[in-house]
Design a protein around this ligand. Structure first.
Ligand code: 13P
Length: 301
């Protein structure tokens, strides 16, 4: 069997009307059961880590995640992805994003994400462009974000229905077209009503709000960009919205809370039971909520 790159897999997913789930790993023992679930369900998936997961959780470092990935990977279904490295983080602190992403490329991460969404358009374009230049020289695809996907910040979220009705922070189609043209980015994370699960001490065990998606806006973004689009905040979105999103250009769906919470609920009793809960949650997600199980049979050819 050939070994398709992550860039090829994303283009195939878009063309075939399926999506590649990306699972975040805030605790290293979560990785093995996610890989096993993907293999058992024949589902193509990314093993992902975000900057905040080695700063605020227990994934250690980009190198520690890479080492665990080398130990448990299954290249018939998995690839390694560096998720959200923000230019400005959820606490409004500047991050050495080029340094972290450069290290990820050196370590062998097969795709990376720069998140300049807290900057204005011109600055987001400039920072993303710098990352694209660095990564493309090493043939590594880049994801970026445009629009405001709330949820990771400390403090309460504004009432969700008001947020959705106002469309505040949603990605604008004309800006998205300009962003893709001027950065050369490979995939774009967009805001269409999706939000991240909370990570603050007060919020991280709470049930996530059931987000809705503006599928008409997604259609406009697909037209405007022509590249694979990414849905962050994949936990707790109704199945019919997810399916409509995949049918309208979403080629990658990020999931963190739905596998982190079952792990955190059990890890003090038994790591094995917590790992089993991660396995079960991953199988259920790919089969039911995301309905992408079996897609490796079509994508990994
Ligand atoms: P959830 O925590 O809502 O699944 O979002 C995950 C995510 O988007 C990580 O980048």
């Amino acid at each position: 069997m050939s070994r398709p790159t992550t860039a090829e897999l994303m283009v195939r997913a878009l063309a075939q009307g399926t999506a590649i789930p990306a699972f975040n790993i805030p605790y290293l023992p979560m990785m093995a059961p996610v890989v096993r679930a993907l293999a058992d369900t024949k589902t193509c998936g990314l093993i992902a880590v975000a900057n905040l997961e080695f700063v605020k959780f227990e994934s250690g470092s980009p190198a520690a995640i890479r080492d665990e990935y080398e130990r448990v990977k299954n290249e018939a279904v998995t690839r390694l992805h560096m998720d959200h490295v923000p230019v400005i983080d959820e606490d409004n602190l500047r991050v050495d994003y080029l340094g972290v992403l450069g290290e990820a490329v050196e370590l062998g991460y097969e795709s990376i994400m720069v998140d300049g969404s807290r900057l204005d358009l011109a600055e987001n374009i400039a920072c993303t462009r710098a990352v694209v230049d660095m990564a493309h020289a090493r043939k590594v695809p880049v994801e970026a974000e445009l629009g405001a996907i709330l949820g990771h910040e400390a403090g309460p979220l504004p009432p969700y229905e008001e947020l959705f009705a106002s469309g505040r922070g949603f990605t604008d189609a004309a800006e998205a077209a300009q962003f893709v043209r001027e950065t050369g980015v490979d995939w774009l994370s967009i805001a269409i009503g999706n939000i991240h699960g909370a990570i603050s001490a007060a919020g991280k065990a709470k049930q996530k709000v059931a987000a809705r998606l503006d599928i008409d806006q997604l259609g406009r973004l697909r037209e405007a960009t022509g590249i694979p689009l990414v849905l962050h905040g994949g936990t707790g979105i109704r199945r019919d919205y997810i399916q409509a999103a995949i049918a309208n250009g979403i080629a990658k769906i990020n999931v963190a809370t739905a596998i982190r919470q079952p792990y955190e609920a059990l890890r003090e009793q038994s790591i094995e039971r917590a790992q089993q809960a991660v396995y079960d949650a991953t199988c259920e997600l790919v089969a039911d909520e995301l309905a992408v199980a079996g897609n490796a049979l079509r994508l990994m050819v």
